[in-house]
Write a protein that binds this ligand. Structure first.
Ligand code: NA7
Length: 292
């Protein structure tokens, strides 16, 4: 028997992940803060829930894909939240990127009601969500990981169990730290290169023929060369993750001087009005600073 899925959060990622669940045959209900955004999925056959509680009442598992910790607080702990409908056997799959602490708090609250949560932050961006090729990293009980594997494999191609609840959130934040460094390095280099009269194409040709080549440089470097800042992953959300990582590092007494500096550059991008644009748009801040 396929699980009945309730999907909360139909943004850039969630709307595409939910569609894959529907197309792969899962009975689906959806909820989104702005109800209007449920329409395309309702037209495709999904039920629409009026509240997260209603969503949870009619589902065996609720999948969450919302922006940030405040959104998860609302979704789970509000009076009409998911927690109020949790019962024995109910499952909650958290694909949003949030703090390890909040992830643990959600799981503890659900477990007191005989339910369970698995954190499963994703990577693969908008294209991976659309094609159903996301990589999921999970934290929580191994049995719950196994139980929810069919649901996860409707949205992605691989799910790696990282450890107990909270640990996958740390791995996800490490990943977004690496993205931050790669992008900052690429953008700083492209700006100096432009100043020196080099084209982005020449720089990228050498990078991609080198031992430090990465598909990520082709993806983001290509977008920058085309001046295409259509959002795959927004600056607002990456700054949220950089902040979560710096909080985690602080709690663990581990310095992150590089990330702290990079976060200021991305924060400037928000200040200059680029928060909703793709993370590649951070190059515009560095170009302005260089007088380009
Ligand atoms: P988007 O496209 O910014 O979508 C964010 C979603 O979160 C969207 O459905 C929002 O609802 C919802 N949201 C935001 N704030 C709230 C609150 N306070 N309460 C309830 N729902 C809320 O993000 P992405 O799809 O790119 O990313 C989603 C997650 O995956 C995020 O954690 C990333 O870091 C990874 P709205 O439609 O605005 O009403």
């Amino acid at each position: 028997m396929q699980k009945r899925v309730g999907f909360a959060g139909l943004g850039l990622m969630g709307s595409r992940m939910a569609r894959n669940l529907l197309e792969k045959g899962f009975p689906l209900a959806v909820w989104n803060r702005t109800a209007e955004r449920c329409r395309p999925l309702a037209d495709a056959g999904a039920q629409v829930a009026r509240t997260p509680r209603e969503l949870a009442e009619g589902a065996d598992v609720v999948v969450s894909c919302v922006a940030d910790p405040a959104a998860v607080e609302r979704l789970v702990f509000a009076e009409d939240g998911v927690l109020s409908a949790a019962r024995a056997g109910f499952r909650y799959l958290e694909t949003s990127t949030i703090s390890p602490d909040l992830s643990r708090r959600v799981a503890e609250a659900l477990r007191t009601r005989g339910a369970d949560a698995l954190e499963a932050p994703v990577t693969g961006s908008r294209i991976g969500a659309e094609r159903g090729t996301l990589l999921l990293m999970t934290g929580g009980r191994k049995e719950t990981h196994e139980e929810l594997l069919p649901v996860m494999m409707a949205m992605g191609t691989k799910a790696i169990h990282c450890g107990e609840i909270g640990q996958a959130s740390v791995v996800k934040l490490i990943g977004n730290t690496i993205i931050s460094f790669m992008l900052e390095g690429l953008c700083e280099g492209l700006v100096v290169g432009r100043r020196a009269g080099l084209s982005p194409e020449t720089i990228l040709e050498v990078v991609m023929a080198s031992g430090f080549a990465s598909p990520y440089f082709t993806f983001k470097g290509g977008a920058i060369a085309r001046r295409d800042f259509d959002t795959h992953f927004s600056i607002d959300l990456l700054v949220k993750d950089q902040g979560l990582m710096l909080d985690e590092a602080g709690a663990r007494k581990a310095p992150m001087p590089g990330l702290a500096a990079i976060r200021e550059v991305f924060q400037s991008a928000r200040g200059q009005g680029f928060g909703g644009e793709d993370i590649a748009a951070v190059v515009k801040v560095l170009e302005r600073a260089a007088g380009l």
